[in-house]
Design a protein. Sequence first.
Length: 157
Amino acid sequence: MTEVTLRQALPEDLPRMSALWYEHAALLAQQDSRWKLLADAQSVWARAALTWLTKADMCLLVSQEADFLTGFIIAQIDTSPVGFSPGVVGVIRSLAVDAHHYSGGAGRLLVEGVREWCRDQGVSQIVVDLPKRAPIEQAFWRAQGGVSWMERLWIPS
């Protein structure tokens, strides 16, 4: 087995990243009917991700084995609620690892890359939103040291 490595995402990674994102997003949409994927969701995501590559407050990392991209993570610096410390937090916006290709430790490697990036930005806390109906994701994030903090409620308008 080839070693899994970590690096900054590049524009040429976006087709593979958007395919991984779409597969992950489709599973989430199956789990919860409130989320509807757009017909062109994958291309919409790729166009947005292209702009994220140039934002100083965002981190896009990929994991790979040899020349094969096995996963990615996207994080962003965000402000905390006014009047609370810390004033900023890192927010993991997306994590996807190829479910059809075993690459041991890719998810942990990606999270560690974001942790390092956050430390370099002076950020000491990281948050991630994930569905309650995703027990595998829940277990992964708890294994990374995650603990329940807040609950997001869905309110129809």
